[in-house]
Design a protein. Structure first.
Length: 186
């Protein structure tokens, strides 16, 4: 975990605490379901540290919510245009990972569009999907990345698209260069 430096990190910490409370869970209970320590969860909720991508993946799986809905709640009203400056960005500096919600979650729309950038020689593993059975379309904008979906590795390069319905573990792994990609979730 990295020190929290995002202006919206107070909002994220409060949102994560609120989700836990909505699910009537104690920190101990959440720790048991995520495999994270109670102390770590407490520090995240107090905005003392920022969660890593893998931590968000574990929390998303417990709440059965896409990570984007952990980072920001559903839009209250549908806006047809989302200007770049209004697209929420979250960064995990420990893994040189940046995630931009190009088309943030909406209660009225079924597709979300996310831009990701993962630094060179990085690996992010998600033990379980946040929403089992969710459809993913991953399109590589630049660089190269290996995506392992439920034990099967796929080597992707610029212009390649991987389509899958997710029920198990995924691993994102870069080699010598960073990779930028788009993911459409439905």
């Amino acid at each position: 975990m990295s020190k929290s430096i995002h202006p919206s990190s107070d909002k994220l910490a409060a949102h994560l605490r609120g989700l836990r409370e909505q699910h009537c869970m104690t920190l101990e209970g959440l720790a048991g379901k995520t495999g994270l320590s109670r102390a770590t969860l407490s520090r995240i909720e107090k905005n003392e540290v920022s969660p890593t991508a893998e931590t968000l993946g574990r929390l998303a799986a417990v709440y059965t919510l896409p990570i984007s809905q952990l980072l920001s709640p559903l839009e209250k009203s549908f806006q047809p245009i989302v200007r770049r400056q209004d697209q929420p960005v979250w960064t995990d500096k420990t893994q040189a990972f940046k995630r931009r919600n190009v088309s943030p979650p909406s209660g009225q729309l079924s597709v979300e569009l996310i831009e990701g950038t993962l630094g060179a020689q990085q690996r992010i593993a998600y033990d379980a999907p946040a929403v089992p059975g969710q459809e993913h379309h991953l399109y590589v904008l630049s660089g190269q990345i290996e995506i392992t979906v439920e034990g099967k590795a796929h080597d992707l390069r610029q212009g390649d698209c991987l389509r899958y319905i997710l029920f198990g573990e995924t691993v994102f792994k870069t080699a010598q260069t960073p990779c930028s990609y788009l993911i459409a979730l439905s």
